[in-house]
Design a protein around this ligand. Structure first.
Ligand SMILES: [Zn+2]
Length: 285
């Protein structure tokens, strides 16, 4: 019996020892498992960190490249800017040169214009400076001017009207003359006495038209004297009515002036006079 008891105890103690051993083993296994878990976690974190490092390295490289690109761009812009500055200077130089050339060219144009102007002045009015006389002369019908040239006539601006052949009536402001002795044909304008240059120029050329055909005064023509008497009372002139209608000679000259200035008015008030002047101009050959 004692032996059985002893055996039971031995068995119990053996079981106890085995259990204690097992417990120890389990603890060890648990520790190892924890260790493995810890290591795994560490590996995981390490991998993630490695990934982050790679990503950041890539980003860093990209930023580096971007920086280099920007630096290149900046340098390029700087170069361009320098080139533009140089171009600007070159262009300004060219502009300056062109401006000088333009100025020179303008001077040449002005000179050429002056030369042309001098060349274009007909000899018959070369002595005349008054713009109104020149303008009125230029307005004359071309065949009236031709008649003037054919007679070798010249216009003169004078202080005092003179003549070797004619007595100059008092108050004469302009005078058309064909000097029989010398054959000199001229119209003199008393520059101090004239108020209406346009009318006076046309009036004097009216005298030229009147005597133009081989120096036969048309105003002495029977037909014209008839017209003069018929229409002088209806005649309208903005110059000097009494003077203009005093003789058929002055009436003819003045009617030409009115024909030049206001043909419609002349036609309306004195139709026969208008017709006569109109035909005279058209009959000049
Ligand atoms: Zn007259």
């Amino acid at each position: 019996m004692k032996l059985r008891k002893i055996l039971v105890w031995v068995l119990i103690i053996g079981l106890f020892i085995t259990a204690a051993n097992d417990c120890n083993n389990l603890e060890k296994q648990l520790e190892e498992a924890n260790k493995i878990i810890e290591e795994n976690n560490y590996e995981k974190v390490k991998i993630e960190n490695q990934k982050d490092i790679e990503r950041l390295t890539k980003e860093n490289e990209k930023l580096k490249k971007d920086k280099e690109t920007l630096q290149d761009n900046y340098k390029e812009l700087q170069d361009n800017n320098e080139q533009l500055e140089q171009d600007k200077k070159d262009l300004q130089k060219k502009i300056d040169e062109l401006e000088i050339k333009l100025e020179e060219s303008n001077v040449k144009i002005q000179d050429t214009k002056k030369e042309n102007h001098n060349e274009s002045i007909p000899p018959e009015i070369a002595n005349v400076k008054n713009e109104e006389i020149i303008s009125a002369y230029n307005n004359l019908p071309e065949n009236v001017k031709e008649l003037f040239r054919d007679l070798d006539c010249t216009l003169y601006e004078v202080d005092t009207i003179t003549s070797d052949t004619f007595i100059i009536p008092y108050g004469t402001v302009a005078f058309f003359s064909y000097e029989g002795a010398t054959g000199e044909c001229k119209i003199q304008f008393d520059m101090d006495a004239i108020e209406d240059f346009e009318h006076v120029v046309y009036h004097e050329f009216g005298h030229l038209l009147d005597c133009g055909y081989n120096l036969q005064y048309e105003s002495d023509d029977y037909e014209f004297i008839q017209i003069y008497h018929d229409e002088k009372n209806d005649y309208v002139t903005d110059y000097n009515y009494m003077y203009a209608t005093g003789t058929s000679v002055e009436y003819c000259a003045d009617a030409f002036a009115e024909y030049m200035k206001d043909p419609e008015q002349l036609k309306e008030n004195t139709p026969k006079t208008y017709e006569y002047i109109h035909n005279s101009i058209n009959n000049i050959r």
